[in-house]
Design a protein around this ligand. Structure first.
Ligand SMILES: [Zn+2]
Length: 275
């Protein structure tokens, strides 16, 4: 039941922008016991590609999500105009393989974008508007939300609480990097918390503390491949099969058998994404 709840098979890997052999990666994932993969959209075009990948294989159960990452917002708005969200909606409604909206959210760590430093007030405002538009789309389509949050906790919770405080359809904070105080807020909101290879890094003490304490019915595991390879593959191109390494790390951390963490995270993914 091993499930990689967040990866980007559509994105090029490594600095050279190498195109990956998706079929080989899926075969290796299958051999490693991965039964389900969620390929996450980062732009309108990437969301379309995610669907193509999900529909184009039966090696592993692959699903897609549709969203616009903070970093891609300015490019998509330029390309698709002020009604870009209608285009995203069209893509999201085009396939039964779509199980979520995102990834979206705020990243105040981005160093520079077309508009200058990401931490400028204008840039923050643009990120908030892009995020809010996708929160509304998730509510409208009744799909869970995949949230990316980096150095933007207060603004993220301020936006999410009014929309999700009482809702039954929730979402996930992917590749968790926050502390326990922030995790408690995410849990209060009813959201899931997903751990990527970052939790295995030696300097990730705060993150592994959270990974130890998240209740069993809210924990997920992911690769975020091609990024964030877990130790001992840190620095190499990541792929879905490596979700096994992070799941094993979580099992050791929580003193549980591997199969148990695999089943818990797989069941949680099924519940959240309705798959
Ligand atoms: Zn991602």
């Amino acid at each position: 039941m091993l499930t990689d709840t967040h990866c980007h098979l559509d994105l090029p890997a490594g600095k050279a922008g190498m195109i990956r052999d998706i079929k080989i990666e899926l075969l290796r994932a299958k051999e490693a016991g991965v039964t389900t993969i969620i390929n996450v959209g980062t732009s309108i075009d990437a969301s379309r590609k995610s669907i193509e990948i999900a529909e184009g294989t039966d090696l592993v159960n692959v699903y897609a999500t549709c969203g616009i990452h903070a970093q891609e917002g300015p490019k998509d708005i330029k390309k698709y105009g002020p009604n870009f969200i209608d285009e995203l909606k069209k893509v999201a409604q085009s396939s039964k393989k779509v199980v979520g909206i995102g990834e979206c959210g705020m990243d105040y760590f981005l160093e520079k974008t077309d508009q200058g430093p990401a931490t400028s007030e204008d840039q923050k405002k643009a990120q908030r508007e892009l995020f809010e538009a996708q929160i509304k789309l998730a509510k409208e389509l009744d799909l869970p939300l995949i949230v990316h949050c980096r150095n933007a906790w207060d603004d993220t919770f301020a936006l999410l609480f009014p929309f999700f405080g009482r809702s039954t359809k929730k979402g996930v904070f992917h590749s968790w990097t926050g502390n326990w105080e922030q995790a408690k807020k995410a849990l209060d909101l009813g959201f899931y918390i997903s751990f990527s290879g970052i939790v295995t890094f030696k300097n990730a003490g705060q993150i592994s503390q959270v990974a130890k304490m998240v209740p069993e019915d809210r924990i997920l595991v992911e690769t975020d491949s091609p990024f964030l390879s877990p130790v001992p593959l840190r620095g190499k191109t990541n792929e879905p099969k490596n979700v096994r390494i992070t799941a094993q790390f979580l099992a050791d951390l929580r003193n549980l058998p591997f199969d148990r963490i695999s089943d818990i995270t797989g069941d949680n993914a099924k519940k959240l994404f309705g798959i």
